[in-house]
Write a new protein. Structure first.
Length: 74
């Protein structure tokens, strides 16, 4: 019984989003785009100490390029 009420509540929540007749399931696309943008912004601005995602990525790329350059010279 409890499961049925949760399912009904979720269905009502999803049906409350406008554009069902016109856009169908694609009416949720702007929500996913905004969630992706928020995640990207968090990856740029969220620092743990002095490290964030992009600094770590650039450092690993530099290490990889240096290792390849060293391997080519040997």
């Amino acid at each position: 019984m409890r499961r049925r009420s949760k399912s009904t509540a979720i269905k009502r929540l999803l049906d409350s989003v406008p554009g069902k007749k016109t856009f169908g399931i694609y009416r949720f696309m702007p929500l996913f785009v905004l969630a992706g943008a928020a995640l990207e912004l968090a990856m740029i601005n969220w620092h743990v100490g002095e490290i964030n995602f992009y600094r770590t990525y650039k450092q690993r790329q530099a290490e990889k390029l240096a290792a390849e350059a060293t391997a080519d010279n040997i």
